[in-house]
Design a protein around this ligand. Sequence first.
Ligand code: MN
Length: 334
Amino acid sequence: MMNLDHVKSILEDVGRVALTTHENPDGDGLGCTAAMYQYFQDIKKDCRIILPSSLPSEYLFLEKDSKFEIYSSEYMDSWLKDTDLVIVFDIGDRRRLKKIGDAIEKYDIKTLNIDHHPLINDTDFSYNLVDVNASATGEIVYDILEQCFSHPMSKEICQGIFTAIMTDTGSFRYSNTNIHSHEIAIECYKAGVNASYIYQQIYEASSRCRVKLLGAVLQDIKYEFDGEFAWFIVDANKLMICDASAKDVEGFSDFVRTIKGVEIALMILETGQNRCRINLRSKGKYSVNNIAKALGGGGHPFAAGAKISKSVEKASPQILEVVRNSIPLQKETL
Ligand SMILES: [Mn+2]
């Protein structure tokens, strides 16, 4: 594990650098790449942001100078092969790099992992800067720029940092919110960041299809363990009826967790004929990352997920069994 001084010397020495985050990128990963990109632009370093999958529309406000690019080996490998370092933000699991991970291996590029997820395997990356107590990876990025480089925290940089922390703390409401996340928010305000503008871009821009889908989901929540466990399935049929797509479910499990008495919210999302994805949210009484881990995924104690290569019909009973076994076991140790 590295400290900030190590990271500083690596970043100072590096020539060409690529920035990336996990597939289906979220506000934390995108905010980090946007902030770091702006820093490298400011100091005139050769830098590109290369994402494993497309930018969700609610984050288009972070886009400037077409800086977000989607990985394509055909168009990017000639640039990528001479890259000295790929900085990977908020990844949680190396597999979430998708094809970028293959290119990194192929061209033997050094990697720096900056994250607040627990490290699964410390040999996955050349260097690791991991702090599981950080509310967001954006908090770590802020500290690097502020403490290592005393770089001016411009509005552009702070907009990325604020987006990262705001989205990962549920707008400064979740249990991971800490003093430092608020301190950084103050610095972002000072730099001119417009918090309500960012909030509206991300959370007040639901399509009608998304709201229709949420309505359908809410009709169909199942409760178990005296209402402590709430779960729901979003299958292809539901998506079709509502004219919605998988990206519209963002935030649904957070919403179900807001129900009184619910300690664990689970979403099972059908993502293909033999593929589904689960999202787990906990209010804090139970950990859910071990449940996700048992199903081949991972995450934070109170927010975790997994991808399962099975049909939703086959996977659902297995997923539910893992949760149903875990709750009484965890109860014993409370
Ligand atoms: Mn994060």
